[in-house]
Design a protein around this ligand. Structure first.
Ligand SMILES: C[S@@+](CC[C@H](N)C(=O)[O-])C[C@H]1O[C@@H](n2cnc3c(N)ncnc32)[C@H](O)[C@@H]1O
Length: 266
């Protein structure tokens, strides 16, 4: 993705922060149990979360008792996160771009980012995260992957809707169950600021009616950025499939992946 494309798409989430809050799913509880163990999260830890959205991962981290600075580029997303996290006095929500945000080096025991690290400037994100960590602190990157599974035949049929209405869709695209960790591992390694990487993955499913599925898609930047007429035609095509071919409900397969490593000295 070009820098300009990333800049444009990453600002789409705050266009409807309330919808994002209602319709974007959170993460499997086991992820936070593993984070607690692998990053040593607990009441004495200082955590920075980058791209907190409306608090999908912040809330379970706050429930571990950590002190959290939760940051989001979008003031609208940060405002909803602030509301959701109000019961946790050890959580501070900041509306800022990570790239511009200033904090003393070595401040945090853990830096986390859930489905947001890929939106940060690739020339800055690893080194700045490493600098913000205390020696031996932990960087945890959570990513979301749309994989084969669930109502497989629906997703194959849906590809025809995308090819018809979404010019950004690569022809013949199919979901797979491949676990592509090489690029993420390479970024940790290139930075030369982290020790060995541990990967964990969590697979889960969610059922959606047609209106629920449209709402989910409206939390994705690519769908938000489509031309309104093309998006409306795409959604009509997908809704027709769900309601008239698949009995009104489809199941989507998600993979959540955690990549975690400890900071080493420069
Ligand atoms: C896909 S959402 C993920 C939100 C939430 N963490 C979740 O798990 O659902 C990506 C979030 O990253 C934020 N974001 C994008 N670029 C950012 C940046 N440079 N600094 C801080 N936040 C950023 C967006 O505003 C958006 O809320």
């Amino acid at each position: 993705m070009t820098d300009a494309g990333r800049e444009m798409l990453r600002t789409t989430f705050g266009q409807d922060a309330e919808l994002y809050d209602r319709c974007r799913p959170g993460y499997p509880p086991q992820l936070f149990a593993d984070l607690a163990t692998l990053a040593g999260l607990g009441p004495d830890t200082q955590v920075l979360e980058i791209g907190c959205g409306t608090g999908q991962a912040t809330l379970p981290v706050a429930q571990l008792g950590c002190s959290v600075v939760a940051m989001d580029l979008s003031p609208e997303m940060a405002a909803v996160a602030g509301r959701n996290l109000a019961p946790f006095p050890k959580v501070t929500v900041v509306a800022a771009a990570f790239e511009d945000w200033q904090s003393p080096d070595g401040t945090f025991d853990a830096v986390l980012s859930a489905t947001a690290f890929h939106w940060l400037d690739p020339g800055i994100r690893m080194i700045k995260a490493a600098d913000l960590l205390r020696p031996g602190g932990t960087l945890g990157i959570v990513s979301t992957h749309h994989i084969a599974g669930g109502t497989d035949a629906f997703f194959a049929d849906a590809q025809r809707c995308y090819e018809r209405f979404d010019p950004a869709t690569p022809p013949g695209m199919r979901l797979t169950t491949d676990d592509e960790t090489a690029e993420e591992a390479a970024e940790f390694e290139r930075s030369a600021r982290f020790g060995p990487i541990t990967f964990r993955r969590y697979e889960w499913q969610q059922a959606y009616t047609a209106p629920e599925y449209r709402n989910l898609l409206m939390t994705y930047s690519g769908h938000r950025a489509m031309a309104p007429q093309a998006r409306s035609d795409l959604f009509a095509c997908l809704s027709h499939l769900i309601d008239d071919v698949y009995g009104g409900v489809i199941t989507k397969q998600f993979r959540t992946r955690l990549a975690i490593a400890h900071q080493t000295a420069p």
